[in-house]
Design a protein around this ligand. Sequence first.
Ligand SMILES: C[S@@+](CC[C@H](N)C(=O)[O-])C[C@H]1O[C@@H](n2cnc3c(N)ncnc32)[C@H](O)[C@@H]1O
Length: 262
Amino acid sequence: MGRFASTVEFYARYREPYPPKFFERVAEQIWLCGDETLLDIGCVPGLLAIGFAPFVGSCTGLDPESAMIEAAKAAAAEAGVGLSLIHGRIEEFPITQTDDVITIGRALHWLERHATLTVMERILASDSGRILICRASSTETPENAWVKPYKEVCRSWASGPPEKHYRIGGKQWFADSCFRALGETSVTEQRQITVSDLIGRALSRSNTSPEILGEGRTRFEAEIAAALEPFVQKNGVLVEHIVARASIFGRLPCGDQHCSDS
Ligand SMILES: C[S@@+](CC[C@H](N)C(=O)[O-])C[C@H]1O[C@@H](n2cnc3c(N)ncnc32)[C@H](O)[C@@H]1O
């Protein structure tokens, strides 16, 4: 069982969503015309692939977690979106296709950098190809004072295999590769959320998954509820500001290539 297997039932429903406006804004910024091919690496239940589907010609999702692939199939069917799904790791991706757009959402740190860059150098369409490093998170503002205590409880329970991978930003991750940063887009959305949504969100994370928490899950959920309780409004909800960001990368111009020696 992979580390995301026990998060499947919580991921699509509770993880910070990418707002619809985010997909529109990015599509506009990178001039999508509607006939592009898109590959979503670490696609989980298809959050990015399904969101971008109306703006491109075809979408493929790739993930090594078989339960996630099944969840992506169900989510795509529910959204009425055609999504091709491949079970596997990007580092071993069969290089038989070229993609105009590659998306990686909240998954960069799981990927073996050198091997992934080698694959992307081969499959990204030349010149116009774009890589989008995407993330969506809840920001801390004076109105969102619950974020800090919530994160503190999650952090105090977080556990799992040591993360040997790269917890670094996109620019550093792509340094000395044949890709360069081209821009950034961000969209903020205010929404309402409940305590049980935030418990579900914590369970969608690999380091506080039901598998990791085991018998401690009930206590974990009670601690989250207690930490959030002072911030719950009279109507039973909390206010949340979601910021969704895409960092856009493309190939270095010809003659200025620092491609890996693969
Ligand atoms: C945090 S989730 C991704 C979330 C989703 N893309 C989003 O933006 O919400 C990370 C995903 O990356 C996948 N993953 C981990 N290692 C991978 C690899 N080597 N190649 C492709 N996907 C990988 C995991 O199975 C998991 O589904």
